[in-house]
Design a protein around this ligand. Sequence first.
Ligand code: MCA
Ligand code: AMP
Length: 503
Amino acid sequence: MPNKNLYSLFDSRFPANRADIAFEGPEIASYSFQDISDGSARLAHLLSNSGAVPGDRVAVQVGKSVEAVILYLACLRAGLVYLPLNTAYKSAEIEYFITDAEPAIVVCDPASHTEISALAEKAGVKAVFTLDNDGMGSLMDSAAALPTDFTTVERASDDLAAILYTSGTTGRSKGAMLTHDNLASNAKTLNSYWQFQAGDVLLHALPIFHVHGLFVALHCAFLSAAKVVFLKKFDPATVIASLPEATVFMGVPTFYVRLLTEAGFTKDVCRNMRLFTAGSAPLLAETFKAFEERTGHVILERYGMTEAGMITSNPYEGERKAGTVGFPLDNEVRIADDAGNVVKDGDIGILEIKGPNVFKGYWRMPEKTAAEFRADGFFITGDMTQKGEDGYYRIVGRSKDLIISGGYNVYPKEIESFIDEMPGVDESAVVGRPHPDFGEAVVAFIVPDGSIPSLTDQDVIAYVKEKLANFKVPKEVYIVDDLPRNTMGKVQKNQLRDRAAVV
Ligand code: MCA
Ligand code: AMP
């Protein structure tokens, strides 16, 4: 049986000439495929020497660097389970992930080393290393003299490759367990569906702690040994300056909205491009249209989620339709009602999916896992979907109480639970409102308990900002006398959404 380790698949696709460039960019040095292979071998030795054994988790909260990508590959090679964490997460959020996942090793930014070491010690972590935005720190220092050959550990298809936490409707984050085959199958599907080739140049501006930037983008490039122009972050001017040498770009809708506000974003800078993809949140038809008018390119919108990678895609060849997410990829899909009965063609229901891309379950949450799968193995996405007469799928809403802001998921329940603990607050409700830049913005309604008469909206914002990731901080807070409720006592969020949209 060939080794099912995802790294072995990448390695088999890396170019014969390992001196070829794998990563370069205006803000970084160049890295050849040999550098990637040597570096990941060294780090795989370091992680193993530090006491991590196959199956152990490695939690990583670091800025965007090629070394962070090499660390991901090293985890694969050593059979360790990569657990990337959003750099915006604050200490209390990190504590939960470390306690829940019980990683053997944690890698963090030097600036948070003291704080994270304290959390790690409590959780029995074996080693904490640092890695800064420029790829420097104790991680690379400790690995510098280690050997550059490492035999990639044997993995079976359903061994875990990564755990990615997604917030839950109940407020507690759930770790989605992704296997080597989940990632390999989706990577192969996308690489071929979007027609990646060796000569492609992927312009990469996404963060690398989520499925979109880490798996969708990088795996497509690795499987064709395509060069990656690796940007530290999304900055419209840097993207525009790098576009002329690129052939593929992937973004969340906010990237496209922002690029269109730049006069320098022209047809000419896109002259070598063959593909722009969008996803993680709905792309507005007006953005789709304005983009085509400006550049002559039709954005390919696709749809996916952490638990399954990419699920549907507009066609590479054939019409890409605004407001649709195209057709199912390599997974079975069906649209069903709440009870799981398949709805009539054309009716709206919840998308359910089954296929090699669908995750193995939530880390140490068998009940939550069972609740989100049907008895016949279909996973309930929670996305309200409609299949048009044209066969294209449209995501028309969400049955889960979720806000997507700039491509980041925010679960209102988590923020409400946090705000409800604030002195002076009786209760709260959090909703999304349309936002021109982020698509949706987080807005909170607060009912004070009267104990702090001077309580202001700014106090609430400051309170949340101190403890929760910045993208979860409400853009506005409204102090109200009470929350609208139905006869069952349930908060009428639709009314609040309507109010938030007009105020
Ligand atoms: C930053 N801010 C935000 C967001 N990002 N507010 C709401 N939503 C956001 N997404 C706020 C900060 O709190 C801060 O506020 C101010 O904006 C500036 O912060 P900064 O970090 O400088 O912002 P930025 O660099 O301009 O970031 C915006 C961004 C970023 C580039 C759009 O959010 C981003 O990279 N999003 C991509 C997310 C992504 O990769 N998602 C994929 C998930 P203040 O000044 O008040 O402090 S994977 C997925 O969903 C599935 C699988 C799929 O289908 O792909
Ligand atoms: P995440 O949990 O970060 O993986 O986010 C997954 C969710 O993002 C999905 O369940 C959808 O609600 C949403 N999503 C992703 N891509 C699209 C898209 N193209 N259109 C609408 N929603 C999307």
